[in-house]
Design a protein around this ligand. Structure first.
Ligand SMILES: Cc1cc2nc3c(=O)[nH]c(=O)nc-3n(C[C@H](O)[C@H](O)[C@H](O)COP(=O)(O)O)c2cc1C
Length: 300
């Protein structure tokens, strides 16, 4: 019997569906799977109000933790694998997950084999850099990464995610496709299961990520990655202005967050289409170099 611990947060249930799909083929006679949900003491309400959605920006981007409900783990030695299921908020791990990774509960990762499973819109690489460091800080043995994302065009997925997360409309509309990761992609995540099973049975994870990659565990668009990196730097400036110049819930904080909101939409709909063309050209001209950069940024 192999023991797997799944630690996850999922606000809308999307990430939980992905985990279920990946793990469902594992035979319960051979695999014992324990689930631990990360629960903020004050849950983040879904759907979000527009105000709350932007309010979490500075804390998420700068990695300020929230309080979590106590988590307890029994017989921790028994786990052969820990799967961490997470999502990204403002280019960093969501506040509940980063709070877990920085908490005393993250000691469970010490010396354990770890796979991460992301369910995101399309920008996760910056968060991956942070998560990687936090896992290594806990002495975790980081061995595999699976990322499911929304495959629609960047601008379309901004519109659909806002429609979903703030207006609670996930289904296809007159003009817009359904929001989030497609049902097909979630269903097909089953394909990763035999690879995880093989690694566990052989007790050898050396080739796991290579094999996961062959099955499409990660797919990176160079122009999205570069847009994300540029965005992350500018987000850091906004974060430090908002946190240093205003207090939580103050009028000034609200005003700065409103300015940030306008700025964000302006960058997404005006600047990013232009920069995307430039990055697509760079990708065409310097394919090998950009390929190396993608590999370096997504490695662990
Ligand atoms: C406040 C907030 C910010 C988000 N920022 C990003 C982001 O920067 N990059 C991204 O790919 N997805 C982003 N998303 C989408 C989430 O990563 C995730 O896919 C979605 O919220 C569903 O996750 P769930 O499993 O918790 O329901 C954001 C979601 C929220 C709520």
């Amino acid at each position: 019997m192999k023991n797997i611990l799944v630690i996850y947060y999922s606000q809308t249930g999307q990430l939980k569906n992905i985990l279920n799909s990946i793990l469902e083929p594992l035979n319960p006679k051979t695999y014992n799977i324990d689930y631990k949900e990360i629960k903020p003491s004050k849950p983040y309400k879904f759907p979000w109000s527009a105000e709350n959605f932007f309010e979490v920006f500075p804390n998420s981007k700068s990695g300020i933790s929230c309080k979590l409900e106590p988590m307890s783990f029994e017989n921790t030695e028994k786990y052969d694998l820990i799967i961490l299921g997470l999502q990204v908020w403002y280019l960093e791990a969501s506040i509940p997950v980063s709070s877990f990774l920085k908490s005393k509960y993250a000691k469970i990762l010490n010396g354990k084999n770890i796979i991460t499973v992301y369910g995101v819109r399309n920008m996760w690489i910056n968060a991956h850099q942070t998560v990687k460091k936090l896992i290594y800080k806990q002495n975790g043995n980081y061995l595999g990464n699976i990322v499911l994302a929304d495959r629609h065009n960047n601008l379309i997925s901004v519109l659909t995610i806002v429609r979903w997360l703030i207006h609670n409309k996930k289904n296809k509309g007159k003009l817009l496709p359904a929001a989030g990761i497609s049902k097909k992609e979630i269903f097909e995540a089953k394909k990763f299961s035999p690879l995880i099973s093989k690694a566990l049975q052989k007790n050898s994870f050396n080739n796991l990520q290579k094999e996961l990659l062959k099955k499409g565990a990660i797919s990176v668009d160079y122009h999205i990655m570069k847009t994300e990196f540029a965005g992350s730097k500018i987000f850091n400036i906004w974060t430090s202005i908002i946190l240093n110049k205003s207090k939580t819930n103050s009028k000034k904080r609200k005003l700065l967050l409103k300015l940030f909101e306008f700025y964000l939409y302006f960058v997404i709909f005006v600047i990013s289409p232009i920069s995307s063309i430039v990055f697509k050209l760079i990708r065409l001209l310097f394919h090998k170099k950009t390929e190396k950069e993608i590999l370096r940024q997504t490695s662990f």
